[in-house]
Design a protein around this ligand. Sequence first.
Ligand code: URA
Length: 258
Amino acid sequence: MDKQINIQETLDWYIVAGVDEVVGDTPGLAAEKTLPVTPLNKISVKQVNVSTVSISATLKNAKEACQKANSLDELRELMIHFDGCNLKNTAASTVFGDGNPKTKVMLIGEAPGADEDRIGKPFVGRCGHLLDKMLAAIGLSRNECYITNVLPWRPPGNRTPTDEEIAVCLPFLKRQIELIGPDILLLLGGIALKSVLDCNDSISRTRGKWLQYSLSQNKELQVLATYHPSYLLRSSNQKAKVWTDFLRLKKKLSEINQ
Ligand code: URA
């Protein structure tokens, strides 16, 4: 009885691991009799989380390594070889930033979704198409901006990333910001807001206000937070607020360009 495969538990396990798409008619990852299946309710938190001690060591290593990266290519290589975040084990790609590295505007989202994980670029799925349209509405193409995420690896099943996962990935994001050196950061959603500005205020209270982020080279960046495009796909009545935020961004850009 113990050895019998419980199909529901196996499917649940796959979904948690991020395997939530069918890509062919023949099963390539179907449960086999010999596959050890640990029911979800038997996986302890200790098994899936790195311990606090190793997190601080990992964090220290990540910070030191990132400071040594002198270009985006070097940083991308470091990220690809970094093994301190458990999300990498279930992701298909390391999704690094994309776009114009000489841009004035850097957009920061949360984490890759299924499409981004498959293609290896940020914001290329439904959310990305909406983002492209919102940028186009203020006369910006995505090639004029640089787009990245707080996390380069897709959380299984698109779950919310944990504080530990965010903390170990943050040095890579901060170094990306330093290497790009934009004038403006546009934070898409609450996770980007909380991670970049260490701000625990809700996105609904913080969006639309100009804030600041200090770069280590004594440069203050202008920061605007707004709702994440995936939230707009679910709550289209919030689009007007994001439109006003994008108009604020357009105005600030034209002031900077004067
Ligand atoms: N959502 C994000 O936050 N980032 C992506 O790249 C895609 C969807």
